[in-house]
Design a protein around this ligand. Sequence first.
Ligand code: UGB
Length: 646
Amino acid sequence: MRVMVIDAARRRTTTRAMAAMDDARVRATAVVDAHVARGALTTDDARTLRETIALGQAHLIADWPAPGVDDERKRAFVEEVRRADRGYPGGVAKYVSNARELLRASKEGKNPFEGWTPSVPTGKTVEYGSAAHEILEKIGMRETAETCFVLVAGGLGERLGYSGIKVALPVERATNACYLELYVKNILAMEKRAEGAEGAKNAGGCGCFGGGGAKAKSSTKIPLAIMTSEDTHALTLDLLERNDYFGASRDQITLMKQEKVPCLMDNDARLAVKDDDPYKLALKPHGHGDVHSLLHTSGLLSKWMSQGKKWVVFFQDTNSLVFRVIPGALGVSKTMNLEFNSLCVPRKAKEAVGAISLLTHEDGRKMTINVEYNQLDPLLRATTNPEGDVNDATGFSPFPGNINQLIVSLPEYAKQLKKTGGAIEEFVNPKYKDETKTAFKSPTRLECMMQDYPKSLGSKAKVGFTVFANWIGYSPVKNSPADGLAKFKSNGPTHTATSGEFEFYESCANLLRLAGADVPAAAVDAEFNGMKLPMGPRVVLGPDVATSFDELKSKVGAVKLGAKSALVVEGSGVNLKNVEVDGALVIKACEGAEVIVDGLKVTNKGWQWKPTGKGAPEVDALAGFVVKKNETAEYVFDKPGKYTLP
Ligand code: UGB
């Protein structure tokens, strides 16, 4: 009998809700008619509002005050609805219908992986500096002229606790170069070598990638698209303008702004308005998956296709190492003919990093896709492994860790986006008030992730991955000092501004070691913001020093660094034939300056990384230190020519 009572109660609730919605619909329609009659809204405005009411959104308008009150704000509201309509493939109608479907599945606790079995996908693990890697890098370097880069930089650094845009953060404090500068200069360095090779080929040369030779007259620039959002657009444009695009030509860099999406207040996908303003929709970012539809709608894909481009590399706002591994990964994409290649790092089981998995459905469908770490363990337990997400004999998870740097083959990608408009499978993650899942604690919204693109591909799509070691491939800056400290205490990677800086130095130091230099291991455990991180010689090899390991090796001879030394080298013409540093040495060579360093011995007080105190400026506090440059041996060559040092 109890069941009957609950059903009857539920029926009464549903009937009450339906009546309330009908009532709101009648009132909202009357509101619109009255405003048109009084000339407060145009017939076009009325059409937009009637369409909105028809989507079950009458509550947005039903209680508006009479015409003559807040008319300007009401018209602004209509414009905001139109903007939301333009910013989502299929408009607000599609957004609401997608939301209803996803909210229903979420309420029913539907398992998105129902019927799917995970297994380890096809891919390649590349040991940086190995013979195999050098072959892949050479192949990849030949692809760079036909490569386009896409930086997703619409996310705010909330987790980081930084008030500015993340791409403006310094990668390291030895030179204070910011992430966007590092990325643009890496692209220019690749472009120069591609043009050098093209020039040599045109002049009957080998066309291989030498030390970055002189700029040939090539028309192809390597383009960079940057996805921004309402939160980051103006500051990103300002950073570029203030720095003259870091040497890039303006037509080489395109900013594409992603629109936010309306928040949803309940399971009926009714749109929410701001708490403090009934005439403004509550909006939130839709996620980095927007990048695909923006590339499609912006016309960039067809432009790049017409330029004969073949690859698109997607990367994130803070990963200073990514350009070290892109040539090798491009080589994997080329040799394995991959239409989608996820750059990965070895993943420890249960680590908070997505896992690239081959999923096979009972009906035979297959897809190689990123499975978020919190979904992998239950999926494995439910299918192939009662122990869930565990390491194998190597001490790592058999599933590679997704770091969201992705390489797509442009022809297939453009064709696919023509079909789908770049719409990416979405998800919704409401925070319910209680287990009945009938009300939310706060409005939610639909989200999408760029790495879910392969979900729209068929089983035959060539989708794979490339694994590089963490030291050379992955050093994100995501966590605030406090969150980083918590991760440090639980022995996890901290992913802070502190670790980002030291990992960058260590990656450069390790490159020197691999090239035969005598560089002591990172032993000194420096403590900043409570985190004890290994700190060795602080080495900065600028983007133009070398864009491949092969090129770097040709410029590194007998190099010996003291444990607390700092070495900064910038410019493609510097050759470290024989140099010893116990202190701080900076060598900067402009385009066309060739500097042979042969027999230079530097001994000075060097630089100190000093912990910051209370009330330090925001950027210093994020890292937990400032650099005190006590003494520096600095050599700047700002005119083309041939030089030797000392
Ligand atoms: N971003 C946008 O451009 N727009 C948005 O709306 C949101 C973000 P987060 P996330 O690095 O290992 C991703 O917030 O999304 C940009 C993968 O999903 O830094 O939590 C933003 O500016 C995850 O699988 O990371 O996690 C930034 O550049 C894993 O790979 C980028 O998108 C994780 O990255 C990523 O945004 C990782």
